[in-house]
Ligand binder design. Structure first.
Ligand SMILES: Nc1ncnc2c1ncn2[C@@H]1O[C@H](COP(=O)(O)OP(=O)(O)O)[C@@H](O)[C@H]1O
Ligand SMILES: [Mg+2]
Length: 269
């Protein structure tokens, strides 16, 4: 939980009341410029440059081990670039400096819920710990976020009683409770069967109307096709393709085509 909290902006109450009063949550613009990362001799990210527009849902896909999670960890500030930088709404975001001026939430592959807490307590935990608002307002926000993920009325359930798909939706509701301007998903459908994968894809797609900037890392191209405004493929640490789903599915790049062909059957191809 500590790590999750570290991702979040330290903010004062007045700003949060203002944000809560706004009719929509405008997402932030994220620019990754010339990012390079080494682990020992291993050059994991290579000159990676990428812009995710405010309010956009951007999918990053590519084979296992290509550097997708490492990229996300740079955006959350868990890892520091060896070269390159990350800008959020034009301002450089430096890992470890804290106090960045935007709200970011992460949905982990494992869901990372507290089994000792109810669903409602999990979703409202950050609001309570940061004394963002009082109990009745927390209850209202928790109910609202659970409804957004199709879990209205489940506050009193225990995470252990829920299916994997429901746990994932609770994790998404918990991320939404901080009123994020950027939400990051790492393999949100990992370990879920095709039906649940489609459900989670539906939830992430529905959330697009909130205009929160979303970055979704996945190797699941059906999910990518369901949620992406644009997507990018990473291969051996490089971004080798970006575009709308239609542009990417029509790519002439043989590496991308080969990955697409092994991962999904695209109608009409
Ligand atoms: N903390 C680390 N130390 C050393 N190597 C790492 C570390 N994190 C990731 N790697 C390596 O970086 C590469 C990319 O990893 P990752 O981003 O997790 O891949 P994926 O695209 O599957 O998410 C892999 O070869 C992985 O073994
Ligand atoms: Mg990964």
């Amino acid at each position: 939980m500590r790590a999750w909290l570290r991702f979040l902006r330290q903010s004062d109450d007045s700003e949060d009341r203002e944000a809560a009063a706004a009719p929509a949550v405008p997402g932030v613009r994220v620019e990754v410029q010339g990012l390079n990362k080494f682990f020992g001799p291993k050059h994991v990210l290579r000159d990676l440059t990428l812009t995710v527009e405010a309010g956009e849902t951007f999918v990053i896909f590519g084979p296992s081990g290509c550097g997708k999670s490492v990229l996300l960890k740079h955006i959350t500030g868990l890892l520091v670039p060896d070269a390159g930088r990350i800008l959020v709404d034009g301002e450089e975001f430096r890992a470890g400096t804290g106090g960045h001026r935007f709200r970011m939430a992460m949905v982990f592959q494992s869901s990372a819920l507290f089994n000792s807490l109810s669903v409602g307590e999990n979703v409202g935990l950050w609001l309570k710990e940061h004394r963002i608002c009082g109990p009745s307002e927390i209850a209202r926000i928790v109910a609202e976020k659970l409804a957004l993920v199709g879990l209205a009325g489940t506050e009193r359930s225990r995470p252990a009683e829920l299916s994997g798909g429901m746990r994932k939706r609770v994790a998404i509701a918990r991320a939404l409770a901080i009123d994020p301007q950027l939400i990051l998903y790492d393999e949100p459908t990992a370990g879920l069967d095709p039906v649940l994968t489609e459900q989670i894809g539906g939830v992430i797609a529905d959330l697009k109307t909130l205009r929160i900037t979303a970055i979704v890392v996945t190797h699941d191209l059906n999910l990518a096709a369901t949620v992406a405004d644009r997507l990018g493929m990473i291969h051996e640490g490089r971004l080798i393709e970006t575009g709308t789903p239609a542009q990417v599915w029509a790519t002439a790049n043989p590496v991308v085509r080969s990955f697409l062909n092994t991962q999904m059957k695209i109608p009409g191809r």
